[in-house]
Write a protein that binds this ligand. Structure first.
Ligand code: AMP
Ligand code: ZN
Ligand code: FE
Ligand code: FE
Length: 280
C-alpha cells in the first residue's frame, strides 16, 4: 500500500484544491496523504474532510524553507492544525514577511522592463500564500517566459536579478518549535542541499539529537539507488524514511500525485512510523 506525504494545494503554490488532491490520490489507489502547503495550514480542514469522505488516512502539515549551515533547507512539519501554537504563530510571521518581499520582487521586475502588478500576482495565487511560482505564472501568461523553470532561471531564482530573500527560521528552531507543537519535523528532498555523498550519513546527527523525525528518502526526482541509500541512512540514524511527490499541479507539471515522475512509491509504513514517533 502506498501514500504521498508531500503535496501543495492552491493555498500555497499548487494549482489544485485540497479536495481535488485527495480525490486524485484516492482514484489512483493511495491509502494515505499529507497536505504540506508552504507556510500555511488553511487547506488542512478541507483536505481532512475530503480524506474522511474517501476513507484515506490523512496528516496535516506544512513545508518551511529554513537555514542550515548557511544553506537553504526545506523541512516538512507533520501533524499540524490551523489555530494558535508555537509553530502556528511563527507561520503567521513568515506569511507577513512574504508580503513585503513580494512587493519588492514586483518592483525589481518592473525595473527590468517587465510590466507586472501585485494585483495580477495575487489573482494568479487565487488564495493563501503568494510565492515566486505565482510570479512565474504571470510571466508565462504575459509572454515573458515559456515555463516556470525559465522564469526562475531568468528572474526569480537566488542570484537572478529579481530574487529577494525572505525571513526564515533556522533548522534548529524549526525542530524545537515542532516538538513543542507535538509535530514531527522531516528534512525534505535532502539532495537539494550542497552536501557531499559521504556527509549524508553523518551531517544530520545534530539535528537528530534535537528531535528531527525523518528524512524524505522517497522523492520523485531521485534515482531508485538514491532512495534506497537515503532509507538506509534513516535506518542507521533511527529516524523515519518518508516520501512524497511534491505535487504542485500545473506549476510542476512533470510531477504527479503518488508517483512523482512515474516510478515513485512511498510505503504506507512511513505513515505508520511517523504516527508512532509522534507518541511521547
Ligand atoms: P517561495 O516560496 O516564494 O520562495 O518559492 C519557492 C517555491 O518555488 C519552491 O517551493 C518551488 O515550488 C519553486 N521553485 C524554487 N526554485 C525553483 C526553480 N529553480 N524552478 C522552478 N521552481 C522553483
Ligand atoms: Zn512550492
Ligand atoms: Fe521543497
Ligand atoms: Fe514542496
Amino acid at each position: 500500500m502506498a501514500v504521498d506525504l508531500h503535496t501543495h494545494s492552491l493555498f500555497s503554490d499548487g494549482s489544485d484544491s485540497p479536495t481535488e488532491i485527495v480525490n486524485a490520490a484516492a482514484d489512483i489507489g493511495l491509502i494515505g496523504i499529507a497536505l504540506t502547503d508552504h507556510d500555511i495550514l488553511d487547506g488542512i480542514p478541507e483536505a481532512a474532510a475530503a480524506a474522511a469522505d474517501r476513507g484515506l488516512r490523512f496528516i496535516g502539515g506544512t513545508e518551511l524553507s529554513v537555514l542550515w549551515r548557511d544553506q537553504s533547507m526545506h523541512m516538512l512539519i507533520y501533524f499540524l492544525e490551523p489555530g494558535a501554537g508555537p509553530i502556528q504563530d511563527r507561520l503567521a510571521e513568515l506569511r507577513e514577511s512574504r508580503h513585503s518581499r513580494n512587493v519588492e520582487i514586483a518592483s525589481r521586475l518592473e525595473q527590468l522592463g517587465v510590466e507586472i502588478t501585485m494585483a495580477e500576482v495575487e489573482a494568479e495565487a487565487q488564495t493563501g500564500v503568494v510565492g515566486r511560482p505565482h510570479f512565474a505564472g504571470v510571466l508565462i501568461h504575459k509572454g515573458y517566459v515559456d515555463s516556470v523553470p525559465e522564469a526562475f532561471e531568468r528572474y526569480l531564482a537566488a542570484g537572478r536579478p529579481a530574487y529577494v530573500p525572505r525571513k526564515r527560521l533556522t533548522a534548529e528552531e524549526a525542530i524545537t518549535l515542532s516538538r513543542r507543537s507535538d509535530a514531527v519535523a522531516v528534512i525534505a528532498h535532502p539532495h537539494t542541499l550542497n552536501l557531499r555523498a559521504a556527509e549524508f550519513a553523518t551531517g544530520f546527527s545534530e539535528l537528530v539529537d534535537l528531535g528531527l523525525g525523518g528524512i524524505e528518502a522517497f522523492y520523485g526526482e531521485y534515482t531508485p539507488e538514491m532512495r534506497t541509500r537515503l532509507a538506509e541512512i534513516c535506518d542507521a540514524l533511527g529516524i523515519v524514511a518518508t516520501g512524497g511527490s511534491d505535487y504542485h499541479g500545473r506549476y510542476k507539471p512533470h510531477l504527479a500525485i503518488g508517483v512523482g515522475k512515474g516510478d515513485l512509491r512511498v510505503p504506507d509504513t512511513a505513515m505508520d512510523r511517523l504516527e508512532e514517533i509522534r507518541q511521547p
